[in-house]
Ligand binder design. Structure first.
Ligand code: NAD
Length: 411
């Protein structure tokens, strides 16, 4: 299944080529990664495949997370790097797109192994990383501790401090106050804009959230407290459903104590496949890619799907949902709060300024609302005949191509 991600990106760009009247040369440039680094990290007796891919850097240094997961492959990292390129451009950030990954199961690894993998990742790629080259951050199953080990290894290699080479760091190592729930907060702002735009009412709005990690659990917490009815959540081990709404603080406590939301007592156990088909108003996808596919898209009953994960709706599923009148709020818009706060962190590290939480929250909310407004305006310019993803891509691609032209890469 995963090997099809990038081929779907190609199909999407072929479609966008017609709408935006792009030349073959422009499309070729947009679909060609600038640098693919691949190695194997020797950890104990094992050799773990690892990648760092810089997709495009016309707008600035590469930016994108590092994923530790047993199914990481080159096609996935390349697709994630492409989406970062689009996301960073749409958000108006001075970054290109990049991503990294290591194929192993971090859940089965000791803390010592996690540290060794993190350090070896930097050891392998450090010549290509840096505040003006390519800046990693957390992604699935990586966190601020892993960023701390990576920073430490990098600084040892270069023999001086350079905190801006990585974001999502702990506060003590010059991280940013908002980073822990940045993606969730950004998604929350976008859901608020969606509610306003489409005339929905928060009270009684039924919401289900797939994925209960950094992004999903923080967003579920914000939604649970906002007046909507959060009826279902899930993680990799299964989910929980209560038609009268879940007590989100209790669910978070269950997850902390038992390791999975599915151990929560006040509700019905459901599996991930069933959560996607629930009769809810809004379905939030915050786990992994390829969750709604052509096999299950017809069974989605939600009228609004919000992509907090990267790539959870496949190209074919997008078409089916569009034809059913389902609004999909795309990943490159809905989850851009994470990278936006990474930008705040990077800028703070570079200038030495430390900004307070209130200021950063306002700035993030403003930037998220501006991205929503831009996307909506292109969507409306096209008579609402394109989906929101296409609108977002049109804006992002225009900015990247303008930078490429100014640099003389495209003539
Ligand atoms: P995380 O590692 O903190 O959590 C991942 C969650 O997904 C876990 O709760 C896990 O149990 C769950 N999960 C895994 N497989 C699942 C499955 N098949 N069904 C249901 N749940 C499953 O990761 P995260 O940082 O929250 O990232 C989640 C998604 O959001 C990823 O696609 C990531 O790329 C995207 N994202 C995250 C950030 C961020 O800042 N954390 C930013 C942008 C995008």
């Amino acid at each position: 299944m995963k090997s099809k991600i990038f081929s779907n990106i190609i199909r999407r760009l072929t479609e966008i080529q017609k709408i935006a009247d792009l030349s073959d040369k422009e499309v070729h440039l947009l679909l060609t990664p600038k640098r693919i680094l691949k190695t194997q990290l020797k950890v104990g007796n094992e050799k773990l495949p690892a990648w760092r891919i810089l997709f495009n850097d016309a707008l600035g240094p590469g930016k994108g997370g590092v994923r530790f997961h047993p199914e990481v492959c080159q096609d996935e990292v390349m697709s994630l790097a492409f989406w970062m390129m689009i996301k960073d451009s749409l958000a108006g950030l001075p970054y290109g797109g990049a991503k990294g990954g290591v194929r192993f199961d971090p859940k089965k690894a000791s803390s010592q192994t996690l540290e060794m993998v993190s350090r070896k990742f930097v050891d392998a790629f450090y010549k290509f990383l840096g505040q003006d080259k390519d800046i990693p951050a957390p992604d699935v199953y990586t966190n601020s501790q892993i960023m701390a080990w990576m920073l430490d290894e990098y600084e040892k290699k270069i023999g001086r401090h350079q905190p801006a080479m990585i974001t999502g760091k702990p506060l003590e190592l010059q991280g940013c106050l908002l980073r822990a729930d940045a993606t969730a907060r950004g998604g929350y702002v976008i859901i608020g804009e969606m509610i306003k735009e489409f005339g929905l009412k928060k009270k009684g709005l039924k919401v289900a959230v797939q994925g209960f990690g950094n992004a999903g659990s923080n967003l579920a917490r914000m939604l649970g407290k906002s007046g909507v009815s959060l009826v279902a959540v899930s993680d990799s081990r299964g989910g929980i459903f209560n038609k009268n709404g879940l007590d989100i603080d209790q669910v978070i406590q269950t997850k902390t104590e038992a390791g999975s939301v599915s151990a929560y007592a006040d509700g019905e156990k459901i599996d991930n496949a069933s959560l996607l088909k629930l009769s809810v108003d809004v379905l939030v996808l915050a786990a992994l890619e390829n969750q709604i596919t052509r096999e299950n898209a017809d069974e989605v009953k939600a009228k609004y799907v919000v992509e907090i994960a990267n790539g959870p709706v496949t190209y074919e599923a997008d078409k089916i949902l569009f034809s059913k009148g389902v609004t999909v709020v795309p990943d490159v818009l809905a989850n851009s709060g994470g990278v936006t706060v990474s930008y705040f962190e990077w800028a703070q590290n570079r200038t030495g300024n430390i900004l307070d939480r209130e200021y950063l929250e306002k700035l993030l909310d403003k930037k998220m609302s501006a991205s929503w407004a831009k996307t909506l305006s292109v969507y409306k310019e096209h008579g609402r005949k394109i989906d929101l993803r296409t609108a977002a891509y049109l804006i992002a691609i225009k900015r990247i191509l303008a930078a490429e032209k100014l640099r003389g890469t495209l003539r």
